[in-house]
Design a binder for this molecule. Structure first.
Ligand code: SF4
Ligand code: SF4
Length: 157
């Protein structure tokens, strides 16, 4: 290939690239400046697991049937109860979120919709022990250590 041909091909490639850049400048943006901006999650999104408080009773809806613990393929749900009959109360409801594969089987099997997914995905942490969610953490329905949110807070004046 002669020098002239190389120059013509180079100029054509440059023109193609610049044309694409120019067209893209006027297209609708599909990206967001995460974590300052966030996209809404689908209502079927599998985020953090939670035991929401029923506003009518002020308690969670768990009837301590152990079905979620039994069905969990990762063995990351740990439930213990005290008392008998109507007096029975949860003494432990922990989920090891670092083991959870977000399969949703615990949510599917729960007869009272006591355990649900909430749309939080910023659950990352530098300390693995922080991924053990206790009953209190689960009823709060929020990440224990929202690192990404923390970065936003630090960057904002
Ligand atoms: S989503 Fe799946 S892996 Fe996670 S706690 Fe529920 S059953 Fe276990
Ligand atoms: S399946 Fe539902 S009601 Fe049964 S122990 Fe799990 S969270 Fe509680």
């Amino acid at each position: 290939m002669s020098a002239a041909e190389r120059v013509i091909r180079g100029a054509a490639a440059l023109g193609t690239g610049l044309g694409l850049t120019f067209r893209t400048m006027f297209r609708r943006k599909v990206t967001v400046r995460y974590p300052v901006e966030k996209l809404p999650t689908s209502h079927r999104f599998h985020g953090l697991l939670s035991l929401p408080i029923d506003p009518e009773t002020g308690k969670d809806r768990c009837i301590i049937c152990f079905q979620c613990e039994r069905i969990c393929p990762d063995r990351c749900i740990h439930i213990e109860a005290e008392g008998k009959g109507k007096e029975r109360q949860l003494s432990r409801f922990d989920i090891e979120m670092d083991k959870c594969c977000y399969c949703g089987m615990c949510v599917e099997v729960c007869p009272t919709e006591a355990i649900v997914f909430v749309p939080h995905y910023e659950t990352s942490t530098y300390n693995r022990a922080r991924l053990l969610y206790s009953h209190e953490d689960l009823t709060r329905a929020a990440p224990k250590e929202p690192i990404a949110t923390g970065i936003v807070a630090r960057r904002r004046p």
